[in-house]
Write a protein that binds this ligand. Structure first.
Ligand SMILES: Cc1cc2nc3c(=O)[nH]c(=O)nc-3n(C[C@H](O)[C@H](O)[C@H](O)COP(=O)(O)OP(=O)(O)OC[C@H]3O[C@@H](n4cnc5c(N)ncnc54)[C@H](O)[C@@H]3O)c2cc1C
Length: 468
C-alpha cells in the first residue's frame, strides 16, 4: 500500500506539501493556546486538488483541518492530533472581476480580506467587512467563523454577504453553489449552513460575495460619554437620527484607552477630557448631497444638552477619522502588550449593554478583586469584547480563568445573549456551549455533523465534541 504522504505529494505537486520545520508556522493558533505538529500542511492550488486530497485523507483515515489566515480566536484552525493534515488555502487567492450591475464578485477562499478591499477600490465598490485581522484573515476563514466586525449591524455578518459557495464536502465531492443571487429558496440554505461551520462540514473553495458602492462621503466623531448607559441611549438616538447613514458605532473604555496609549507610543488622543467610556461614530453615504456633518453635529449638540456626551470632536479630515479609528482598533494590541489577558466574546441585546457591564464588573471583582476590565466592541449590535487583564499588582489570574469564563457566559445567556458572538466555538468553547445551550440545540448540531461527515474526519474536536 502506498504511504499516504506519497499520495498527497503526488496530488499536490512539489509546492503543495510542507512538513517538518516548514510546517511550523501553521502549527499553533493565533493566541498560542492550541495545536500539535500535524502530519503536514497541504497547499492545494485549485478545487480539484482540494477534492482529491480530501478523498485521499478519507481513505487513509487522516483528519483534515482547513486553515485560512489562522487568526481565529478559538483554536479551530490547528491540528489536535498528529495524524491531521492542515489544508491551507493560501495558494488559492484569485480575485475575479467585480460585477458592478449585480453588485457581486467571485473569489477563491484563500483571498486575504485586505487584498479584496484593495482590489475593489478602483471600481468604486466595497465589501463591507472590516476587522482588526483583515491583513491576514482569508475569505474561507471569515466564512468558517461567520465573522462580524464593525459594520455587521448595518450590512450583516458573513452569512449575509455570501451569495454563493463552492464547497468540497467531507467525502471529497464538489458542491457548486456559485449562484450570484440573493433570492434562492430552493431548499435548505446550504450557503448559510457553511457560514460558521468552522471547517467541520467541508472546505469552502470559492465564494460569490455581495458588494456595495463605496460611500462618496463620510463623517466621523470621537465622543467622551458620561457612562455606559449614556452611550447606549445616545446610540439609540443616533440610529433614529442618522438612519441608514449610520455606518459605525463602536465603543471602548478608559482602561483600554490607557493600555493602548501606554503600549503604542505613536497613538494620539486629541481630546482634552477623559471619561469612563468613548464612542466612535461614523456616518457614510453614496450621495454627496446628504448633510452628514450637520446630522452628526446636531446629534452631538443634543447629546451634550442631555448630559450624555461630556466632550467630543468631529473629524475634520479623512486622516483624523483614521486616527480616531486607530484608538478603537488598537484596543486588542494594547491589551496584548500589557501581558496575560482573558478574552470573552459576548453579545447581548444592544439595550442591555450597560446592564451587562455593570453586573459583569461586580461578578469579576468578586472573583478576583482589582481585575482590570476592558470592554470594547460594537455598540450597534450589542457585541462586547469583554477582556480582562490581571490586577495592577499581579501578572496572572490566580488560576481563575475558568470561573470568569463560566460566570460571564451564564450572565450573557441569562440576558438573552450569546457567549460566542462572532468568533465561533472552535476547540475553546465546546464545554461552554454544552452548559449554556439546550440539549435539543446541541443534538441538532451533532446530528448534522454526523450526517454530513459520518467518518468524523473533517476538523474533529471543533464546534461539536469528538467522537460524537
Ligand atoms: C486582531 C484580531 C481582530 C479580530 N477581530 C474580529 C472582529 O472584529 N470580528 C470577527 O468576527 N472576528 C474577529 N477576529 C477573529 C476572526 O475569527 C478572524 O479574524 C477571521 O474570521 C478568521 O479568518 P482566518 O482566515 O484567519 O481563519 P482561520 O483562523 O484560519 O480559521 C477559522 C476557522 O475557519 C475554518 N476555515 C478556514 N478556512 C476555511 C475554509 N476554506 N473552508 C471551511 N472552513 C475554513 C477553520 O478550520 C477554523 O475553524 C479577530 C482576530 C484577531 C486576531
Amino acid at each position: 500500500m502506498t504511504d499516504p504522504v506519497t499520495t498527497l505529494r503526488q496530488i499536490l505537486g512539489p509546492k503543495g506539501w510542507l512538513s517538518g520545520p516548514d510546517a511550523e508556522p501553521y502549527q499553533r493558533d493565533w493566541l498560542n493556546r492550541y495545536g500539535v505538529r500535524p502530519l503536514g500542511v497541504a497547499r492545494p492550488s485549485n478545487t480539484a486538488e482540494v477534492a482529491a486530497l480530501v478523498k485521499a485523507c478519507r481513505e487513509a483515515g487522516l483528519d483534515v483541518v482547513p486553515q485560512g489566515g489562522n487568526t481565529g480566536l478559538c483554536g479551530g484552525a490547528v491540528a489536535q492530533q498528529p495524524n491531521a493534515v492542515i489544508v491551507s488555502l493560501s495558494r488559492m487567492a484569485a480575485i475575479g472581476e467585480p460585477d458592478p450591475d449585480g453588485g457581486s464578485i467571485l473569489v477563491e477562499a484563500g483571498v486575504v480580506l485586505a487584498a479584496l478591499h484593495e482590489a475593489l477600490e478602483p471600481h468604486g465598490l466595497m465589501f463591507p467587512m472590516h476587522l482588526g485581522a483583515e491583513g491576514s484573515a482569508r475569505i474561507g476563514g471569515l466564512i468558517g467563523t461567520n465573522a462580524g466586525g464593525s459594520q455587521a449591524f448595518r450590512f450583516g455578518m458573513m452569512q449575509d454577504l455570501v451569495l454563493g459557495l463552492e464547497v468540497v464536502t467531507p467525502d471529497g465531492a464538489i458542491w457548486d453553489g456559485l449562484r450570484a443571487v440573493q433570492k434562492d429558496n430552493a431548499g435548505y440554505q446550504l450557503r448559510k449552513l457553511y457560514c460558521g461551520a468552522e471547517g467541520t462540514l467541508g472546505i469552502v473553495t470559492r465564494a460569490v460575495l455581495r458588494l456595495y458602492p463605496t460611500p462618496r462621503q463620510q463623517a466621523g466623531a470621537l465622543l467622551v460619554m458620561s457612562d455606559f448607559t449614556a452611550a447606549v441611549s445616545f446610540g439609540a438616538y443616533l440610529r433614529g437620527e442618522a438612519g441608514e447613514f449610520l455606518a459605525g458605532l463602536e465603543f471602548f473604555s478608559d482602561i483600554g484607552l490607557a493600555l493602548a496609549l501606554k503600549h503604542l507610543p505613536d497613538l494620539a488622543y486629541q481630546l482634552e477630557t477623559r471619561g469612563e467610556v468613548y464612542l466612535l461614530v461614523e456616518l457614510a453615504s453614496g450621495s454627496t448631497r446628504v448633510p452628514l456633518d450637520d446630522i452628526l453635529a446636531s446629534a452631538l449638540e443634543w447629546g451634550m444638552e442631555q448630559g450624555l456626551v461630556v466632550d467630543g470632536a468631529l473629524a475634520t479630515s479623512g486622516a483624523q477619522r483614521a486616527q480616531f479609528w486607530r484608538l478603537r482598533e488598537e484596543q486588542p494590541e494594547g491589551q496584548r502588550l500589557e501581558g496575560e489577558q482573558l478574552k470573552h466574546d459576548i453579545s447581548v441585546p444592544p439595550g442591555a449593554i450597560a446592564r451587562f457591564i455593570e453586573v459583569g464588573a461586580k461578578i469579576c471583582d468578586d472573583i478576583l478583586p482589582g481585575v482590570r476590565i476592558n470592554p470594547f466592541g460594537h455598540l450597534g449590535d450589542g457585541n462586547i469584547h469583554y477582556n480582562l487583564s490581571p490586577p495592577e499588582n499581579r501578572a496572572d489570574f490566580d488560576g481563575k480563568a475558568g470561573r470568569f469564563a463560566e460566570a460571564l457566559a451564564s450572565l450573557a445567556t441569562e440576558m438573552g445573549g450569546s457567549f460566542a458572538a462572532e468568533h465561533g466555538l472552535g476547540r475553546a468553547k465546546i464545554v461552554m456551549a454544552e452548559r449554556n445551550r439546550s440539549i435539543v440545540e446541541r443534538e441538532l448540531m451533532a446530528r448534522l455533523k454526523d450526517a454530513l461527515d459520518p467518518h468524523g474526519t473533517m476538523n474533529p474536536g471543533v464546534l461539536v465534541r469528538s467522537p460524537l
